[in-house]
Design a binder for this molecule. Sequence first.
Ligand code: R5P
Length: 304
Amino acid sequence: MSTPIIFALPCCEARTETIAARIGAEPGEVGIRRFPDGESYVRIRTAVDNRPAILVGSLDRPDDKVLQLLYLARALRDQGATSVGLVAPYLAYMRQDRIFQPGEGLTSRYFADLLSSAVDWLVTVDPHLHRYRSLGELYSIPSRVVHAAPAIADWVRTHVRQPVFVGPDEESAQWVAEVATLAAAPHTVLVKERHGDRDVEVSVPDLQAHRSRTPVLVDDIISTARTMIETVGQLRRLGMSRPICIGVHAIFAGRAYEDLLKAGVSQVVTCATVNHVSNGIDLAPLMASGISELLNRQLDGDIK
Ligand code: R5P
């Protein structure tokens, strides 16, 4: 297979360079801007020459980005790309995974249909899989999920003495259990009830046996941070030490980050999937392995 060419969307230039070096791809350049009327202009600035192309772009705040992504994928094909793969460190629209109220749109599926029609494969980091068990239930293109757990466990092993992991809700159980096993530490998972976007309740953890340990909260997405803030409150009321909060995806809507810092935490650390000041865990090496795996399947003719 000829050398793939890899393009960063605005947001992902640094991690795209690391990925390119690791997978042996040539970095390419795109131009994106908005016309005064708000429409988007896209341009592929590096010759594609019948090669596989890869786009790297995190899909937080997706409504501002997706149209440009679709245009770029189409422009790459027009320029002769033999395939277009998408690396989306954060994959949006995974949480509306059910119709909760009559008449609601099942946007997880609409979004998956849209991306599946535009690109040939997808690599992402820990998508919010709750009612869907795998991306394959949603996306009709080949996909590879990169798990942040090994990198989070490494970070905790080097930075925290005697951790006890806490997952704020049942959905977080999958990440917390894996991280705790890798870090050889105990864990517990709480029960959460969400009454509204910014109104959540979490159960009281039973940490009697681990009172001297440092609580480490792990969740996939921190958006309003209400889930983390409520959990921090429960831990503080139990007299535990200030917890460390770890999120895979640093969405942080509005003043969520500032609110979390004020809630009595000792530190907030996130993985570098969405650019944020709290990014402390690099996932580029794990993402590069995931991409290489799909490129090898492409080489074997297993996928386009
Ligand atoms: C949903 O269940 C996720 O796993 C997170 O717990 C949730 O997205 C966090 O949202 P927020 O920060 O708005 O409480």
